[in-house]
Design a protein around this ligand. Structure first.
Ligand SMILES: *[C@@H]1O[C@H](CO)[C@@H](O)[C@H](O)[C@H]1NC(C)=O
Ligand SMILES: *[C@@H]1O[C@H](CO)[C@@H](O)[C@H](O)[C@H]1NC(C)=O
Ligand SMILES: *[C@@H]1O[C@H](CO)[C@@H](O)[C@H](O)[C@H]1NC(C)=O
Ligand SMILES: *[C@@H]1O[C@H](CO)[C@@H](O)[C@H](O)[C@H]1NC(C)=O
Ligand SMILES: *[C@@H]1O[C@H](CO)[C@@H](O)[C@H](O)[C@H]1NC(C)=O
Ligand SMILES: *[C@@H]1O[C@H](CO)[C@@H](O)[C@H](O)[C@H]1NC(C)=O
Ligand SMILES: *[C@@H]1O[C@H](CO)[C@@H](O)[C@H](O)[C@H]1NC(C)=O
Ligand SMILES: *[C@@H]1O[C@H](CO)[C@@H](O)[C@H](O)[C@H]1NC(C)=O
Ligand SMILES: *[C@@H]1O[C@H](CO)[C@@H](O)[C@H](O)[C@H]1NC(C)=O
Ligand SMILES: *[C@@H]1O[C@H](CO)[C@@H](O)[C@H](O)[C@H]1NC(C)=O
Ligand SMILES: *[C@@H]1O[C@H](CO)[C@@H](O)[C@H](O)[C@H]1NC(C)=O
Length: 599
């Protein structure tokens, strides 16, 4: 249970809780402006003022020495490990929207740049890394991690005449605006503003349709209930440049402007996140969604029946908060749910993975085996550099069980057997990526046998690709992408909901694979004394975290294709409307029509 593909949004939202410890600046160096925030928090206030937070951020000056060290270390980490450093220089496949980027050259350009404030430097590097549009690869500072919220979320509908509109999904301040059309944002057409924000400021997917979906709000199953996901336009992690946004609304022909200030929660993100994502839909209660009836609640997944078909909702593959026993329970319950369907004679299944942000690959591998016992998972490899070779040698030598760098974690695709030694794993494979010759390890499958030993052996189920359909809003990331893209290669039809009109788009994003970050690299360096000589090259300042894709996965059907760069559009596109945005059962009914075997 170790090779975690970290989740995308949930990672950002749940992992950092610096605010409960304090604000930027340690006790010796804290500025007066940041001290003021600290004092407010002491009084137990729920929210901070935008202007106070800005004043604190503005009080921490740019440090050129630190900036140069930071850039050099980022370059070393990326050159040493980042699987897509070279492929990022290639033109996107049609369907994807990103600019090819030579990250090392771009980072070098920052070496001579001056800033007034540290956060400006951090944001610039973060924005540059975001240009990869690789949701696994991010750069953040724990010192600048407040959230900024508009108290307000939007969604997009396609009207019967084919035109697209932005509307108010939910409004915590003035519910009378709900379902009014948002025609303009700060005086510019709302669709253009959201699209440009999705194009330039979101990084979770190489597909602009998916980024557009996550800029807006959508309902998804998570945190044991239906909650609002996405809303990245209204819920920001970077200090907005201006204190307010104005929206022009058309409410039943009444046209007026509203202006919203940024709300900054004073508490840690773990505490505020459930509040800002809470949503009560009139179509959903504990036992039903629309006309669908809950037949089994497996905590992280739910099993419903509707008309003559079954629906499986899966919110996550993450086992990060579970101990070993709970993980076994989590996966056993999924088997129980499917078994209930089989016992009821259900032959049509909608798999709804909307807003599933990934988690642990063992969960993916297990569910693939459960549904298709005879197919292989996607193979993977890691970049071979002096740095990664040192890690592979040392960690294999220590036989760290299940570790990404231990050759014993894999089965070779060449021999269908374990590797005999490190050299066989490292191999001699050179590929041309982004015009450069790059070495990667021998392609291999994760060998899950140790993990599978403690998991239940599922019964033989009666279904094939003819009996299922996959439904997502494209925000099926990481381990989730690995799962649904593999099922799609086994010919399960796919449906994605949302995006732009008449544009079939990705049903999953960021297939991975396994990620590492500068904190885990620092831990590894201190755990293995033989790697100490790399410490000065690879150790980033404690307040900064660089996260990156370490392993890449390949298609099975097209073995040379790296999944992250392979545009896979869904077979079918659905749209949200006023009802289906709040009643997922309406989408289930539409998706069920695309199951190949209808009786
Ligand atoms: C940033 O945060 C670290 C703790 O993570 C703290 O030691 C440091 O003083 C902070 N830096 C600034 C400039 O506030
Ligand atoms: C926020 O600013 C307003 C005025 O803009 C002020 O009345 C209020 O007291 C401030 N609140 C905090 C927590 O600073
Ligand atoms: C600037 O950063 C360097 C390296 O992190 C550090 O040693 C130095 O104390 C910092 N300077 C100031 C003025 O904070
Ligand atoms: C709303 O604000 C915009 C500027 O952001 C302005 O051009 C427009 O006239 C305003 N509309 C109304 C109805 O007040
Ligand atoms: C969006 O990205 C652009 C380009 O990186 C940057 O200049 C701008 O500040 C970003 N805007 C927001 C709201 O983050
Ligand atoms: C406002 O919305 C109505 C439909 O709800 C539409 O008929 C009307 O043209 C819209 N007005 C403007 C100025 O967009
Ligand atoms: C949930 O909704 C269904 C259908 O509207 C209704 O039959 C059922 O009693 C409701 N259950 C609860 C617990 O409210
Ligand atoms: C539930 O089914 C009834 C009867 O077929 C139908 O009238 C109603 O619109 C359905 N409700 C939803 C939310 O789909
Ligand atoms: C490995 O297994 C695959 C099927 O999974 C098979 O097609 C291939 O021939 C096998 N290769 C070897 C060397 O046995
Ligand atoms: C997978 O690893 C186990 C030991 O953990 C080993 O016994 C088994 O042979 C391996 N499977 C393959 C196909 O290499
Ligand atoms: C690696 O492959 C290249 C050509 O693909 C070959 O020239 C070289 O001898 C190989 N090296 C080893 C150690 O096998």
């Amino acid at each position: 249970m170790k090779q975690i593909y970290f989740t995308i949004f949930v990672f950002v939202a749940f992992t950092y809780s610096v605010h409960s410890q304090g604000v930027p600046g340690d006790t010796d160096t804290i500025t007066n402006e940041c001290q003021k925030i600290s004092d407010y928090i002491e009084t137990g206030t729920d929210y901070l003022n935008y202007s106070d937070v800005k004043a604190c951020y503005d009080s921490i000056p740019f440090n050129k020495t630190k900036a140069v060290q930071t850039i050099e270390t980022i370059k070393e980490l990326l050159k040493g490990f980042y699987a897509f450093l070279d492929q990022a220089k290639d033109e996107p496949k049609p369907g994807y929207t990103f600019t090819p980027i030579d990250l090392i050259t771009e980072l070098d350009l920052f070496l001579n740049r001056d800033y007034s404030y540290e956060y400006e430097f951090v944001y610039d590097i973060g924005n540059l890394i975001d240009e990869l549009r690789d949701g696994h690869t991010t750069f953040i500072s724990k010192n600048f991690s407040y959230y900024f919220y508009q108290g307000f979320s939007m969604y997009s509908v396609i009207r019967p005449d084919g035109t697209q509109q932005i509307k108010v999904f939910d409004d915590t301040i003035d519910p009378s605006t709900i379902d009014c059309q948002v025609t303009h944002i700060d005086g510019l057409p709302a669709i253009d503003v959201i699209t440009e924000f999705a194009r330039n400021n979101l990084s979770y997917s190489r597909d602009l349709n998916v980024r557009f979906n996550t800029a807006l709000a959508s309902l998804g199953f998570g945190n044991r209930d239906f909650i609002v996901y996405g809303q990245d336009f209204s819920l920001r992690t970077k200090l907005p440049t201006v204190p307010t946004i104005s929206y022009t609304l058309n409410c039943s022909d009444k046209i007026f402007n509203i202006t919203r200030e940024w709300i900054v929660p004073a508490t840690s993100s773990t505490e505020f996140y459930p509040i800002f994502t809470k949503y009560k839909s009139s179509y959903i209660n504990e036992t039903s969604v629309g006309n669908a009836s809950l037949i089994f609640d497996a905590v992280f997944s739910r099993f419903y029946t509707l008309q003559d078909f079954g629906v499986v909702l899966m919110s996550t593959e993450s086992t990060a908060d579970l101990n070993g026993d709970e993980t076994v329970r989590f996966l056993s319950d999924i088997v129980v749910g499917f078994k209930l369907f089989a016992d009821k004679g259900i032959t049509k299944i909608v798999l709804d993975f909307s807003n599933n942000h990934g988690g642990t690959v063992i969960v993916t591998d297990y569910i693939i085996k459960l549904l298709f016992p005879n197919i292989n998972i996607f193979p993977e490899d890691i970049k071979v550099t002096d740095v990664s070779t040192a890690f592979i040698n040392e960690i294999s030598n220590a036989n760290a069980v299940g570790n990404l760098f231990n050759y014993r974690s894999y089965t070779s695709t060449i021999t269908n057997n374990s590797f005999n030694n490190v050299d066989e794993f490292i191999g001699n494979n050179t590929y041309t990526r982004g015009g450069a010759q790059v070495k990667f390890t021998t392609k291999a499958f994760r060998n899950d046998s140790l993990d599978f030993q403690i998991l239940p052996v599922p019964p033989k189920f009666p279904w094939t690709e003819e009996n299922m359909v996959i439904l997502t809003n494209g925000a099926c990331f990481s381990s989730c992408a690995n799962l649904v893209q593999r099922l799609a290669e086994a010919n399960v039809p796919t449906v994605s909901v949302g995006g732009f009109p008449n544009t079939k788009f990705s049903f999953a994003s960021c297939s991975g694979g396994t990620i590492r970050d500068s904190d885990t690299i620092r831990d590894t360096l201190s755990l293995y004394p033989n790697l100490n000589n790399l410490a000065s090259r690879l150790t980033l300042s404690q307040d900064l975290t660089l996260r990156f894709t370490c392993a890449e996965v390949y298609s099975i059907n097209n073995p040379d294709e790296v999944m992250d760069f392979s545009f896979r559009q869904a077979d079918y596109q659905l749209y949200y409307d006023e009802q289906s945005a709040r009643d997922p059962s309406s989408l289930w009914l539409q998706a069920a029509q695309y199951i190949k075997k209808q009786s």
